[in-house]
Write a protein that binds this ligand. Structure first.
Ligand SMILES: C[S@@+](CC[C@H](N)C(=O)[O-])C[C@H]1O[C@@H](n2cnc3c(N)ncnc32)[C@H](O)[C@@H]1O
Length: 297
């Protein structure tokens, strides 16, 4: 494919028009979204605002201000990469927004997008008495997004975050420092619970849950993320099975496990005998179950 060009830059090129043009181009190219933005215009705004140095979350109304020639060139280059390489925007900008915080990301981690963000903001109420939470475990932490956001929303709480991937833990470490929660968050290299010690009030996990066949059929954007972060055996249930089996000794008697299962939730319900309580989310997303320690033990 030839390089993608936008309409020529002029002194009159405005941010708002450029966002519209890029959004239309993305739409025409049938890109896949869901890695931080939900539709072409949203993605176009995130890209343009990144180049202008405006945090996507802080942006209010689209701006009528002008774009400089240098900014225009950079925007054009990123648009070209986004379309030709089908790389998620977050990997081009190396930033992702989650739970109101900006995280560093690169291709060693899954781009943060878990609907668990809504539960974190609500401090997992009414599922747990948030005031009583002392220790939290995030299994398969990736970028550290859940662990860091939990640390921010539960000041003073100790958070342990584990992952088997050294690369993911390096990224998580950047975020632990970048978001100033080093005193609260401990990162542990571990195959699920293998190197974890002690008991927790709350265990969260967004483990890999894509079946190997479904993985092959995913749009190209997903193939820029580590397969280790996505694939979970043939039917997507491998890690869920292990977490359900291995978590009980790590939960306090009144503790809870909050487990994300996405699109394999229905299959999980048919396969495992556990009394899953499915969380209803105001902001969309599904497949998150809460399990009480007494039902797991
Ligand atoms: C779906 S990603 C979730 C990342 C992050 N918690 C989030 O919500 O964005 C799953 C993570 O599981 C990790 N993982 C894969 N196999 C693992 C294992 N055996 N033990 C621990 N973590 C594992 C991957 O490295 C990846 O970071």
């Amino acid at each position: 494919m030839n390089n993608i060009s936008l309409k020529s830059w002029s002194l009159e090129t405005r941010v708002i028009d450029l966002i519209q043009e890029v959004g239309q181009l993305f739409d025409d190219c049938n890109l896949c979204y869901g890695h931080g933005t939900e539709h072409p215009l949203d993605e176009a705004a995130a890209l343009v605002l990144f180049v202008l140095g405006i945090d996507y979350l802080d942006a209010e109304e689209p701006s009528f201000s002008k774009v400089s020639a240098v900014e225009f060139k950079l925007i054009e280059k990123l648009v070209d990469q986004r379309i030709q390489e089908r790389k998620p925007l977050a990997f081009l900008t190396q930033e992702a927004f989650f739970c109101g915080y900006k995280f560093y990301v690169d291709e060693r981690v899954l781009i943060p997008r878990s609907p668990m963000a809504e539960l974190i903001r609500k401090q997992f109420e009414p599922w747990i008495d948030s005031a009583s939470v002392e220790r939290v475990l995030d299994v398969a932490t990736g970028s550290g997004c859940l662990a860091v956001a939990i640390a921010k929303n539960f000041p003073g709480t100790e958070v342990v975050a584990s992952d088997v991937s050294e690369g993911a833990l390096e990224v998580a470490s950047i975020n632990v420092d970048g978001l100033s929660v080093r005193e609260q968050v401990t990162l542990v290299e571990s195959d699920l619970f293998e190197n974890i010690e002690g008991v927790f009030d709350l265990i969260v996990s967004n483990p890999p849950y894509v079946g190997s066949k479904s993985y092959q059929a995913l749009p190209p954007e997903y193939h820029h993320e580590p397969d280790l972060a996505l694939i979970a055996g043939q039917n997507g249930l491998d890690f869920i099975a292990r977490i359900l089996h291995d978590s009980p000794p790590f939960l306090k008697d009144n503790g809870i496990l909050v487990l994300e299962m996405g699109e394999v939730a229905e299959e999980a319900e048919k396969t495992f005998p556990h009394p899953f309580k499915w969380v209803e989310l105001d902001n969309g997303g599904e497949g998150i179950a809460v399990l009480e320690a007494k039902h797991l033990k």
